[in-house]
Design a protein around this ligand. Sequence first.
Ligand SMILES: [Ca+2]
Ligand SMILES: [Ca+2]
Length: 407
Amino acid sequence: MKLFCVFSIRSLLIIFSLGLLSACGDNSSDSAGAPVVTPPAAEPPASGPAEGPEEPDEPDEGFTTSEIKKFNSPWAMTFLPDGRLLVTEMAGTLHVYDPTANKIGNISGVPEVVHAGQGGLGDVVLHPQYATNSLVYISYAESGEGGSGAAVARARLALDDTGNGALEDLKVIWRQTPKVSGDGHFGHRIAFDRDGMLWISSSERQKFDPAQDMNANLGKMVRLNDDGSIPADNPFTDQGEIAAQVWSLGHRNILGLAFDADGRLWAHEMGPKGGDELNLIEKAANYGYPLVSNGVHYDDKPIPDHSTRPEFRAPLITWTPVISPAGFIIYNDNLFQQWNGSGFIGGLSSESLVRVEFNGDTAREAERFDMQRRIREVEQGPDGAIWLLADGTRDGEGWLLKLTPNQ
Ligand SMILES: [Ca+2]
Ligand SMILES: [Ca+2]
């Protein structure tokens, strides 16, 4: 009995020592400054009811990310019917890129843009009848009396045989009013709905109060006819020329718009310090900024929460800490079958791609993929792949990325 006890203690000591050695071994490889990046191992199926049909075999993301083409601070993209891409770069260049031939061309005729801070060449979208009228819309920051502001122009895209092209008969159809100082929060995302109406996110230029002022179109969601004229059924047509453009108000900085299969408009917006939002956009609704926000000001000055003022439309998702949302699609293809109907939102500071699930009038963050790059723009390709633009602001290298399913 006594012998057995001694043996047992010795065994424990040996096991303990081995454990320490083994731990030291792991730590020394870390402290030697040669970290080994190991891909996540395929985990054996967990015990218990883990054989569910939705369970992936591997704890991976289910997709492969491919670097397709480098761009210099890219901001937005859209697919042409022939599978080529229009890509904007903030400094003022509009490219046409052919992914099949890996050939890049330039589109001339882009107006002079103010490239400073968050300003520059912004969005690019096609007219819903582009196939017959060749009309494209671009947004950009321009200078003028009082400072700068976003503008939206419409032009005919003439593509030539050399893989280049030109914007012809360009006409500015909308401007932020008033122009103000500073280089932030232009917004200027553009989208068409299925009725052919043109939607523009007009952010509040970091000036706060204009978001509640109906004599300014800053901090508003704007709805126009495709030629920039004002639809008769806009909600504030009796309140003057500027208010007549407005569909909803009380917005901060909207860098993503998407329509769902039912034609409803969803928009995310950047909160201040905390309080990023996903909103369902409704006619004449007031989304509360700067009177309420689930974040606080950058100097930590509090802002009352949405819950204190129920007359303002509350966000359906709120993010604190922030994701810094930019770019937005609601996916509607079967290449990623499990994601048909999901929203995908790029994250700048969060360097992520956020998947959102919708359920009626509610939404929730379902998944977040670590992309390790600032994601500025999201598009669905003609083959159902998900395409991203990483803006490269921090490392000087922007990338067009393509996500395809594993296997
Ligand atoms: Ca786009
Ligand atoms: Ca809000």
